[in-house]
Design a protein. Structure first.
Length: 250
């Protein structure tokens, strides 16, 4: 009986050691994956993604104007770009349903850029919620379905924005690379700013009329992306392709 007990104890010890090793291996892999998509987040889990694990995401903000969006769409089509994400202000979308329809028809993803172009950090909670709600209604009327992404109109947000967006079912999307095309610094400078992009980056561009040089810079940007061998994906595809890391924001 004692001999049996000693054998059983050794077996049990071996099993425990194997389980401990497996636990730490799994934990290590979990922590490693955790670093793949950096996000701003709150204690309750609301988050704003600004970078991914792999690939590259082109994003275009449109808040006003009717001259620059279509030339950019023309360039994307000519360059055979199949994936991009357009963040549209609800008020702009209502005024330009044909362009919205074209964006959807050509297979690009749409995210919400609020309704009115206001700085969410300057608004009370109720006004942020109202702005998001108005945008939501506007896109439903345009039959744009299953929008999951939201970008703060001016790029400024805080913990309140993340929590309110989360209540409406949206993930807030920021960016890692700012092209600064809205400053119209010259085509070469826009290209230089975006050329810093690497694997996993989300790039901010604009297709509003204020960004007068983006359409000319875009072919050069795309040429550099191809040279680097990077694949273009939508923001939703980037999110789906990796785990999430949290960094608290207040």
């Amino acid at each position: 009986m004692n001999f049996f007990f000693v054998l059983n104890g050794k077996s049990l010890k071996s099993v425990v050691l194997i389980l401990i090793a497996a636990f730490f291996t799994a934990w290590f892999l979990y922590i490693e994956n955790l670093a793949q998509i950096p996000v701003f987040s709150t204690k309750d889990g609301s988050k704003a993604i600004y970078r991914g694990e792999k690939d590259l995401a082109l994003t275009f903000n449109i808040g006003w104007g009717d001259e620059k969006a279509e030339p950019i769409l023309d360039t994307l089509k000519k360059e055979n770009v199949k994936a991009a994400t357009f963040f549209l202000a609800g008020s702009w979308a209502e005024r330009h349903p044909d362009i919205v329809s074209r964006i959807v028809k050509e297979g690009y993803e749409i995210g919400i850029l609020g309704y009115d172009y206001e700085d969410y950090k300057d608004l009370e909670d109720a006004k942020i919620a109202k702005d998001i709600s108005k945008a939501q209604v506007a896109f439903k009327k345009l039959n744009v379905k299953e929008i999951k992404l939201l970008r703060a109109p001016t790029g400024h947000f805080d913990e309140r924005t993340l929590k309110i967006a989360n209540r409406y079912g949206y993930t807030v999307v920021h960016w890692k690379i700012d092209s600064k095309d809205w400053q119209n610094p010259g085509v070469d400078k826009i290209v230089e700013n975006v050329n810093k992009a690497g694997k996993g980056d989300i790039i901010l561009l604009h297709a509003s009329d204020a960004a007068k040089q983006t359409a000319k810079a875009l072919p050069l940007i795309l040429a550099d992306i191809r040279q680097k061998g990077l694949k273009l994906v939508s923001v939703s595809e980037m999110i789906a392709n990796g785990e999430v890391q949290s960094k608290e924001i207040r």
